[in-house]
Design a binder for this molecule. Structure first.
Ligand code: ZN
Ligand code: MN
Length: 487
């Protein structure tokens, strides 16, 4: 029998407001000493009164609108009761039956196919405190840092419309990109301001049967989500095939071991005893406010992708890659602006090729690269390359050097003597050496094997450390080989 996976994702993302959700404490706590961004409200003292952060409501509305949700006219906050040491009040002020947004959708691309994924709800709540577990012998204890508690947290619940780990990864990347464009969250997976939980179950293909749902937590990157889901689908399939029972539970992803481990059983559903938060008034969201907020939405990734196709003549594929990161797309447009003589397609190839490789090797994001290398400087380099002053291969290594040293291309070229060799006389000397040193390849060429010429050109490039002009090298080599044949 074949099985299919049913996957639904829940994302919690901190909103980029200046103050917390229900008090005036600053949200800028990342480098602050523990428990310095606190007040009686977020410490959960008795008798205090929370106040709704208007900006957080508006940011949530922006996200909900961008996800094609319907915005509630009447909404309220509810108490979600549970006791855990990271929750100061013993309850979280969240939203139960009147989320700000509901019934939306998100479009993803998988293998060139479009797929619409339902968005169940988008609601607003507050983050919890951070627990630090000390395990050293003699000081084994847990510490509580309340700085994070009360930071506005938006929860986005997706429909279980996903069937493959790759679809889940695309969904998350798309959602992340939209939040980046909206600028409502720093949405950093590393810092924990963008966190994902996944619900996974499997069932016989084509059936609508509901089997035990497993919740997976603790995934800190898109790759981790993909790997954890892949692992879970295999584990559950194997369990069913061997007659074992898949139990409803919460499991944590352990990156180092590449596996999920059981954290707690969910046999007894939590009873959160939700009830309307008596300390806050319900909220009426006027249609005027919705319209005003809708008018504030920036150009979103899909619209920008389509514009890149029509305005710059890029392929849909390249436009999609460039616009998935707002910073990459901004950099592209600035670079095209800085030098109008360079083709947009060339700029796109540089960003998706060499620049992306630099980001990967150094494990940095586009903003870090942009801080070190300005678009003006890259435009200067591309111009130098297009004029034939340096070869393409050299230009690539110059760009790496520019990132590492913060120097301009002209400085690097001057110091390292990297200008392209187009001088026929000099190249003739090198070509002669290469011909002498590669007798078998020369024989192959003469026997009609055209690829041997490519090989010989490569050898000249190697000797000159990529500085030779490949076009001139090819001409020089051809001429020399012909002359040899005549002797
Ligand atoms: Zn506070
Ligand atoms: Mn939540």
């Amino acid at each position: 029998m074949k099985y299919e996976a049913v996957i639904g994702l829940e994302v919690h993302t901190q909103l980029r407001t200046r103050s917390k959700m229900y008090c005036r404490c600053s949200t800028d706590y990342v480098n602050a000493p523990p428990n310095t961004h606190v007040c009686p409200v977020c410490l959960g003292m008795p008798g205090v009164l929370p106040v709704i952060n208007k900006q957080a409501v508006e940011y949530t509305m922006m996200a909900a609108l961008a996800l094609n949700c319907t915005i509630a006219e009447y909404t309220k906050f509810d108490r979600k009761n549970y006791s855990y040491p990271d929750l100061m009040k013993g309850y979280q002020i969240s939203q139960y039956d009147t989320p700000i947004g509901r019934s939306g959708r998100l479009t993803i691309q998988v293998d060139g196919q479009e797929k619409k994924v339902g968005i169940t709800r988008v609601h607003l709540e507050e983050d919890v405190a951070k627990l630090v577990h000390r395990t050293a012998v003699g000081e084994s204890c847990s510490l509580v840092d309340v700085n994070r508690s009360g930071v506005p947290l938006m929860e986005i619940v997706g429909e279980p419309d996903l069937h493959f780990p790759e679809e889940a990864r695309q969904y998350l990347m798309k959602l992340h990109s939209i939040l980046q464009y909206l600028d409502v969250s720093t949405a950093s997976m590393e810092d924990g301001s963008f966190r994902c939980d996944a619900n996974v179950s499997i069932r016989p293909e084509g059936s609508s049967e509901l089997l035990a749902k497993v919740e997976v937590k603790n995934m800190n990157s898109f790759r981790a989500v993909f790997r954890a889901l892949e692992y879970e689908v295999k584990r559950q399939t194997r369990a069913i095939e061997t007659g074992e029972k898949v139990v409803q539970e919460t499991r944590g992803w352990v990156e180092e071991n590449g596996e999920t481990v059981s954290q707690r059983s969910k046999e007894f559903a939590h009873d959160y005893r939700y009830f309307p938060e008596p300390d806050l008034l319900p909220l009426n969201i006027t249609r005027t406010w919705v319209a005003e907020t809708g008018a504030k939405l920036p150009e979103l990734p899909e619209a920008r992708r389509d514009r890149f196709v029509t305005e710059y003549g890029l392929s849909l594929y390249d436009a999609n890659l460039l616009t998935s990161s707002k910073e990459m797309a901004d950099y592209f447009e600035n670079l095209c602006q800085d030098n109008k003589t360079i083709l947009a397609k060339t700029v796109s190839n540089w960003l998706l090729g060499t620049v992306s490789a630099i980001l990967n090797t150094n494990n940095i994001d586009m903003s870090e690269f942009a801080d070190q290398v300005s678009t003006e400087r890259v435009a200067e380099l591309l111009l130098t390359e297009s004029q034939g002053v340096v070869s393409t291969a050299t230009a690539k290594s110059i760009l790496e050097e520019m990132y590492k040293t913060g120097k301009s291309s002209s400085e690097i070229i001057a110091v390292q003597g990297l200008t392209q060799i187009s001088d026929t006389g000099e190249l003739e000397k090198i070509a002669a050496q290469v011909i002498q040193a590669n007798v078998p390849a020369v024989a192959d060429y003469k026997a009609g094997k055209a690829q041997s010429l490519t090989f010989l050109v490569g050898q000249v490039m190697r000797v000159t450390h990529g500085r030779a002009n490949p076009r001139v090298v090819t001409e020089v080599l051809k001429k020399k080989l012909e002359e040899e044949g005549e002797e």
